[in-house]
Design a protein around this ligand. Structure first.
Ligand code: AHR
Length: 326
């Protein structure tokens, strides 16, 4: 992961696609010869509201851009993504884009794409490969920063409180970039204050059902929970159900800080059930289509493209709710 963090330090550094993967040619989606730009896209799955919005954005943008999108849903399984990438290579797509379910274990299949001269673009999540020639660009959020924002909020919220603050953490999919980075960013922001104690931390796999199940277990095993830090909104929403079923008030008896900023979470915030939400933007479709066109044309593209994101208090979420797109 440190390699990836190091890679993000060169954000904005320009690489040429020709240098990176030895492929080029073509210019527009339609290449001027009736041949549409063909992109193979391997999506993580459909585990969350965020993911649904991300899929919709990519599919709609591809249509708008005249790009033929070969879409494959990996159902949160790395082996399915590897199979999809191999099938894209066999079909000789122009560009492969994918959102890796976990960070490690990609070198072999990415080398196969490189050998076939098919450029690879990472979107949403990164890989921790040491060989940076295996992909040309990474478009997505800064997950460490998101975790830090959640931790910074907690530090401010408890600034006048010296008693211990017992935190339970619902982690995302084990081994995924957002789970690793949101955990480390949060730990970093709170490490200076020993009163913050993570008393239990377990994966809820980014789903509502698992978030509820794990929160039920936390409520049984932990005599005192002050704060829930959820790595995404779906797990927070599942946990809210568990908290309410246990006869407690989410947002009051147990404060909740989460990540994503989906509509359902904003509704929960407007009801006082989530105290703070860190935004993670799923609407990456237009940027991704621009990027794949440039990559295929052999144009220079940034090695790292970070998405712009904010944070929301319950008041801000309530105000934003009527116009929230996802
Ligand atoms: O990779 C982005 C994360 O994946 C989102 O925060 C989460 O909701 C999704 O499942």
């Amino acid at each position: 992961m440190s390699k990836r963090v190091a890679a993000s330090l060169v954000a904005g550094a320009m690489v040429t696609v020709l240098t990176a993967c030895g492929s080029g040619g073509g210019g527009s989606a339609d290449k001027g010869s009736g041949h549409k730009l063909v992109v193979g896209f391997s999506q993580v799955g459909a585990e969350s509201g965020w993911r649904t919005a991300n899929t919709k954005s990519i599919q709609e943008s591809a249509k708008k851009a005249g790009v033929e999108l070969k879409f494959s849903d990996a159902q949160q399984k790395q082996e399915n993504q590897i199979k999809a990438i191999r099938s894209f290579i066999q079909q000789k797509v122009d560009v492969i884009a994918f959102s890796p379910v976990v960070e490690s274990g990609w070198d072999t299949v990415l080398k196969e794409a490189k050998d076939a001269h098919i450029p690879v673009v990472l979107t949403d999540r990164a890989v921790d490969s040491k060989d940076e020639s295996l992909y040309v660009s990474f478009l997505g959020s800064d997950f460490v920063e998101e975790g830090k924002k959640a931790g910074d909020w907690l530090v401010k919220e408890y600034a006048n409180n010296s008693a211990d603050v017992n935190i339970v953490q619902l982690e995302g999919t084990t081994g995924s970039a957002p789970a690793n980075d949101r955990k480390s960013g949060f730990a970093d922001a709170t490490k200076g204050e020993p009163k913050f104690k993570v008393v239990a931390s377990q994966t809820g796999d980014f789903t509502r059902a698992k978030g509820k199940e794990v929160m039920q277990a936390f409520l049984k095993s932990q005599p005192k929970i002050d704060v829930l830090y959820a790595h995404n909104d779906d797990m927070a929403l599942g946990a809210i159900q568990a908290i309410e079923e246990a006869g407690k008030k989410p947002g009051t008896d147990i404060k909740i800080v989460s990540v994503d900023g989906v509509k359902d979470a904003f509704t929960a915030m407007s009801q006082g059930k989530i105290n703070y939400d860190v935004e993670c933007n799923p609407l990456l479709g237009d940027q991704l289509m621009d990027l794949v066109k440039k990559v295929k044309a052999g144009e220079q593209v940034p090695r790292r493209i970070k998405t712009e994101e904010g944070t929301f208090t319950p008041e801000q979420a309530t105000a934003a709710l009527p116009n929230r797109q996802y």
